[in-house]
Design a protein. Structure first.
Length: 386
């Protein structure tokens, strides 16, 4: 298909050529994926550190996921009654989210966070929302062309880890409906940040919504909220929950979630069988194979290797960010990151120029060692050319 048919070349912004490789160029399209490898339209193989922007934690084409999807397809995909999978997955998810009692399913993380914000506005009767992190492309959190000024005025961004900025926001808008935060934004939260956000939300009568789209399944039951000691009012899950299939959820106590009956949050395909069946298979696999612990171990090895590269090539790599489950290199500048990404692609490695590299169950020790070898060679090539 000609790129002119799709403005920008693809409908996913982070997969566009300029996002992946800048002006340097690289593979344009893929034809298949397996484990933690993808193949482009010239049948060249790459080790993948992006894992579909973190949407895949078990690996591409994981047998349990594929089997669940195939069964659901044979069962008809979707129908005119709610599927048993919906209730079954809801029962499982509330055991993964402390305080969770009720669930609303959607298809994307952006859609699910927007639903959580809608619930908060219904519960509180207020409109202004504070947020910290990236929550998708929808109007409520974007200051982009095409978003009405009145909508923008109802949203105030917060700087991650900056309690002073949070207090400034409260002075500007003393009664927010919700505070929406990603618990990890390029680094783990510093002591006091999440607790401060929780305290402000409670004091001001706002709901604390924790966007665990990236962290929720990867970090195990309780997600980042449990790891870093914060109690949310609502939790949003996505990405790895569907292992590449479109699935997201809002989870919270029944007293808050019943607000969905006082507004309208509904979608024709919110309860198709396939993604729900996959979600059950994902949770089964995570529990049976201790996936969160294995991702932490694999990510720790990758993170340590990246830190070693940074120490050896400090002129090119200025730092390392993230946490073990997803980390990244901080390059000297955008042009340098583009050159490294292009050099890595020539060696058969797909890397991210910024946040994040995501490990999966398919990234074994040998693959991580190979990825680090190719990454270091690419960084060394760029440093030599400087």
């Amino acid at each position: 298909m000609s790129p002119e048919r799709i403005p920008g070349g693809t409908s996913t912004g982070s997969k566009r050529a300029e996002a992946l490789f800048g002006a340097e160029g690289g593979p344009a399209r893929m034809t298949r994926a397996a484990g933690c490898r993808v193949w482009d339209d010239h049948n060249r193989e790459y080790v993948d550190l992006g894992m579909a922007l973190g949407a895949v934690a078990l690996g591409y084409g994981h047998p349990a996921v594929t089997a669940a999807a195939e069964r659901a397809v044979r069962d008809g995909v979707v129908g005119s009654l709610p599927p048993v999978h919906e209730a079954a997955l809801a029962e499982r998810l509330v055991t993964w989210v402390p305080g969770g009692e009720a669930v609303r399913f959607l298809k994307t993380g952006a859609e699910a966070v927007a639903a959580a914000v809608r619930i908060a506005r219904v519960v509180t009767g207020r409109e202004v929302v504070f947020s910290c992190g990236y929550h998708g492309w929808l109007d409520w959190c974007q200051d982009a062309s095409g978003v009405p000024g009145g909508v923008r005025a109802l949203h105030r961004s917060l700087r991650f880890g900056d309690v002073g900025d949070l207090m400034d926001a409260v002075r500007e808008h003393p009664e927010p409906a919700a505070i929406v935060i990603e618990p990890v934004v390029e680094r783990a939260p510093e002591p006091g940040w999440l607790g401060g956000v929780r305290a402000v939300a409670s004091q001001r009568g706002a709901l604390l919504i924790v966007d665990e789209v990236k962290t929720g399944i990867r970090l195990g039951p309780g997600g980042a909220a449990a790891r870093y000691g914060v109690t949310p009012d609502l939790v949003v899950l996505g990405k790895a929950l569907g292992n590449g299939f479109p699935l997201a959820a809002v989870v919270g106590p029944s007293v808050l979630m019943e607000a969905v009956a006082r507004t309208w949050i509904s979608s024709t395909l919110a309860t198709e069988y396939v993604a729900l069946a996959v979600g059950l298979a994902v949770l089964d696999t995570c529990e049976r194979e201790q996936v969160p612990a294995r991702l932490y171990a694999a990510g720790t090895r990758l993170l340590a290797g990246c830190e070693a590269i940074q120490r050896s090539y400090a002129e090119v790599v200025r730092g390392v960010g993230g946490i073990p489950e997803f980390s990244f290199l901080r390059f000297r500048d955008d042009a340098t990151s583009a050159r490294v990404a292009a050099a890595a692609a020539r060696r058969g490695l797909l890397m991210r120029r910024g946040p994040y590299h995501f490990v999966s169950l398919a990234h074994d020790d040998q693959t991580i060692a190979l990825a680090l070898e190719r990454l270091e060679e690419s960084v060394a090539e760029v440093e030599r050319a400087c």
